[in-house]
Ligand binder design. Structure first.
Ligand SMILES: Nc1ncnc2c1ncn2[C@@H]1O[C@H](COP(=O)(O)OP(=O)(O)OP(=O)(O)O)[C@@H](O)[C@H]1O
Ligand SMILES: [Mg+2]
Length: 286
């Protein structure tokens, strides 16, 4: 056993001629808040897709809690205790807030199909337990009062929190958050920061975070890894990353390419680029 929550060695994923993730190695300790940052297109979301079985790596090793997960289907990875949220919110807009969380709970419902059909007492007990836990999670995320509302009627910030509640519904040991602050206002981002810290402690979680909001990343992360063009260009403590010339150059380059001012693209000072419209807000599905 490696003792790591996540251990990745030489992980590579190609899409045709493009190397989206290139020989990436990193280890995340249990209980860490570990951030993955990098310019647009650096391979961050693809990295999450590899971790969660949505994409299969072309080569490399991937261990979660010391166990190889390469080749597992997404639901098998989820059953190993991996919850995630998506960069482009994926909620069932026509379902209620509570129902959206219940969907995340399905890995724990063990009722065989015939008993579920007959609505046996055992099945009803499981459903009741699932609903109670889901409400607790909504309460934790500060949106319990919205439980009966259709998901599509929630504000953007509330939808992002609902996604986290749904990911938590499977009682994960590892939580992967892909740009959870995208589209949030500064006050919502501040609340989210506190919530993520609290979650780690209260639910005994390891958190891997992809985020463009550098003030959030720098204040919340135990360690940070930086990707550029699929490769790791730096890894270290927030203060080390902030001062790393390669990292600063990577952000200056991308800021210039995206039409942003060079100064505002400094990783030490950049506010959420998502809020300025990096595509995340326009694509949500709820
Ligand atoms: N399914 C796919 N098919 C082909 N190319 C893909 C696919 N998914 C991602 N890519 C490409 O892989 C590269 C990495 O994309 P990825 O979405 O992982 O970047 P990212 O770091 O998450 O960027 P962003 O900050 O914009 O979300 C990009 O060039 C992207 O176009
Ligand atoms: Mg992404």
């Amino acid at each position: 056993m490696s003792g790591y929550a996540v251990e990745v060695k030489n992980l590579t994923k190609r899409f045709g001629g493009l190397i989206a993730v290139n020989e990436v190695s990193m280890s995340v300790k249990p209980g860490e808040i570990f951030s993955v940052i990098g310019p647009n297109g650096a391979g961050k979301t693809t990295f999450f897709n590899l971790l969660t079985g949505i994409n299969k790596p072309d080569s490399g090793n991937l261990l979660l809690d010391g166990r190889d997960v390469v080749g597992l289907a997404p639901e098998q990875v989820a059953a190993r205790g991996v919850g995630r949220t998506f960069q482009n919110i994926r909620l069932f807009g026509a379902m209620t807030v509570l129902e959206n969380v219940l969907v995340g709970r399905y890995v724990h419902i063990r009722t065989p199909y015939p008993s579920a059909l007959a609505r046996t007492p055992g099945c009803r007990r499981e459903e009741k337990k699932a609903a109670e836990r889901s409400l607790e999670l909504l309460d934790y995320m500060g949106i319990a009062s919205r439980a009966g509302e259709l998901a599509r009627n929630l504000s953007y910030g509330e939808q992002r929190r609902l996604e986290i509640a749904r990911a938590l519904a499977l009682d994960p040991r590892l939580l992967l958050l892909d740009e959870p602050a995208a589209g949030m206002n500064p006050q919502e981002t501040e609340e989210l920061k506190k919530l993520i810290r609290a979650l780690r402690t209260d639910m005994d979680l390891t958190v891997v975070l992809i985020e463009h909001d550098m003030s959030m990343v720098m204040s919340i992360s135990d360690r940070i890894v930086v990707l550029q063009f699929g490769s790791v260009i730096a890894e270290g403590l927030p203060a080390e990353i902030r001062a790393n010339t390669k990292v600063i150059e990577a952000y200056l380059g991308s800021g210039a390419a995206a039409g942003g001012g060079a100064a505002s693209s400094d990783p030490a000072t950049t506010e959420s680029r998502a809020a300025a419209g990096n595509g995340a807000t326009g694509e949500h599905h709820a």
